[in-house]
Design a protein around this ligand. Structure first.
Ligand code: SF4
Ligand code: FES
Length: 204
């Protein structure tokens, strides 16, 4: 695979053809925030917090860095006024769902996002899909999935699979940017495990 030259924030960078703007930036030590990206998983482009401005043949566009491929002579700007504004609004929306998430709070400080701008809908999940995709793509178990659609969309553990697989795995927990996956799991576990009172005396 050949190498091409692109410019990110005024810095000339060599990037392998076929890589994304996010990967090229990372390899050059330029930080772009991400919430749904994991290099081990297929590109997803769900949260859009990695939005950057690209300029090619004199035309400027806003694109999602974790899925946008590099191309010859591409100019990338990671912190324009528009980019920062998009990230600020996205963070305000995410904070309405997960106001206590340390990662979101940290980014909110950087982008001046107001955690109280939108009415709270504390689902604790920002639908980044990391847990769902990790379980499907890496573990090949599909123990957690999305249910419902639109504003009612949320994640749910599949009780029959979770009861068998999740107790010994839990690898999706630390991936969650809101740290609420754990609560969801504990809830499901409570539903699927026999309560202490139901355990026969001989097995205690
Ligand atoms: S529970 Fe966490 S990891 Fe899973 S989709 Fe929601 S925010 Fe992402
Ligand atoms: S990190 Fe790129 S869209 Fe989520």
């Amino acid at each position: 695979m050949g190498e091409i030259t692109i410019t990110i924030d005024g810095k000339e960078i060599k990037a392998a053809e076929g890589t994304t703007v996010l990967e090229a930036a990372k390899s050059a030590g330029i930080s772009i925030p991400t919430l749904c990206y994991d290099g081990r998983l297929e590109p997803y482009g769900g949260c859009r917090i990695c939005t950057v401005e690209v300029e090619t043949r004199g035309r400027k566009n806003l694109v999602v860095a974790c899925v946008y491929p590099v191309e010859k002579n591409l100019i990338v700007r990671t912190r324009t006024e528009k980019v920062d504004k998009i990230r600020k609004i996205l963070l305000e929306l995410f904070l309405a769902h997960a106001p206590d998430s340390p990662i979101l709070q940290e980014l909110a400080k950087e982008y001046g996002a107001d955690k109280d701008r939108f009415e709270k809908e504390t689902s604790f999940c920002i639908l980044c899909g990391l847990c769902v995709r990790y379980c499907a793509e890496i573990k090949k178990k599909n123990g957690v999935g999305f249910i419902d659609r639109g504003t009612r969309r949320e994640i749910s553990f599949i009780p029959e699979i979770a009861a068998k697989e999740c107790g010994k795995c839990k690898e999706c927990f630390p991936l969650c940017p809101t740290e609420a996956l754990q609560a969801a799991y504990v809830f499901t576990e409570a539903l699927t495990s026999p309560s202490p009172a139901a355990v026969p005396e001989s097995e205690k």
